[in-house]
Design a protein around this ligand. Structure first.
Ligand SMILES: Nc1ncnc2c1ncn2[C@@H]1O[C@H](COP(=O)(O)OP(=O)(O)OP(=O)(O)O)[C@@H](O)[C@H]1O
Length: 241
């Protein structure tokens, strides 16, 4: 019998504000954002360019700190966390996937995953190979990023994000630089990761991808414009975009 899925990675934001720059150059990126995400949900964040999607993801992931408001992620209050404790929080709870893969060019696929175990002191080096096999790259473990396609590099990035077994997987336009067929493969990995119980939060410009979500968050001008719950999220194989 299969072990029950342990759902994890809740998010709770209240009145969250973030401004970049000062005086005339100030950009109010988030304005009083309230948001609740249940553990184990797959959430897609949509919105026009500049609406605050990446800022939202960076605050939830502890890459940046909010100016005001309260944030609790994976049951941890990070509202007033100092940079050092945000780093510790990120290492313990968060996996990031970016649009342009962000692999270290001088390291092989396996080393790109292993280095995260060394940096964070979390996870198991031996899992690097296992995860690369799980994302379909068992035969590419000793290849360097320049020897791999964009889709293959993004799969390495996903293996790297998962090696610490994070509660939340945060992805900023993970399919943005990929063709549709390759993007589909990446979304399958995102969905699989979510079905293992972790919360997945995906920022995209692509409204078609929203069909996969338990909850669709629409941002506009630094505010959450709407949150829509979908009772039966689609399987990736059924999604067109
Ligand atoms: N480091 C920064 N310094 C100054 N302004 C910033 C910085 N990061 C973001 N901004 C500004 O904050 C606002 C929100 O940016 P954000 O990147 O969150 O939007 P977005 O919805 O993700 O946009 P896109 O879809 O184009 O990636 C924008 O006006 C942006 O120019």
């Amino acid at each position: 019998m299969r072990a029950p899925v342990r759902r994890r990675g809740s998010v709770r934001l209240r009145g969250v504000d973030k401004t970049y720059g000062t005086a005339e150059a100030a950009v109010h990126a988030l304005r009083g954002v309230d948001l609740d995400i249940e553990p184990g949900e797959l959430v897609v964040v949509l919105g026009p360019s500049g609406s605050g999607k990446t800022t939202l993801l960076n605050l939830i992931g502890g890459i940046e700190a909010a100016d005001a408001g309260r944030l609790a992620v994976a049951e941890q209050d990070i509202s007033h966390s100092k940079p050092a404790s945000l780093t510790a929080f990120r290492r313990e709870h968060i996996g990031f996937v970016f649009q342009f893969f962000n692999l270290v060019p001088t390291l092989t696929a396996r080393e790109n995953v292993e280095v995260i175990v060394e940096l964070t002191g979390r996870g198991d080096r031996a899992r690097a190979t296992e995860l690369l096999e799980a994302v379909g790259l068992g035969d590419r473990t000793d290849h360097f990023p320049a020897q791999m396609s964009g889709g293959q590099q993004q799969r390495v990035a996903i293996a790297r994000a998962l090696v610490t077994d994070p509660d939340l997987l945060l992805a900023d336009e993970p399919t943005g630089a990929l063709d549709t067929a390759t993007g589909r493969r990446i979304l399958e990995l995102m969905q699989r990761s979510n079905r293992e119980g972790r919360t997945v939060l995906m920022v995209t410009h692509n409204a078609g991808i929203a069909a996969l979500a338990h909850r669709v968050v629409r941002m506009r001008d630094g505010r959450v414009e709407s949150v829509e719950r979908q009772a039966t999220p689609a399987d990736v194989s059924a999604v067109e975009w």
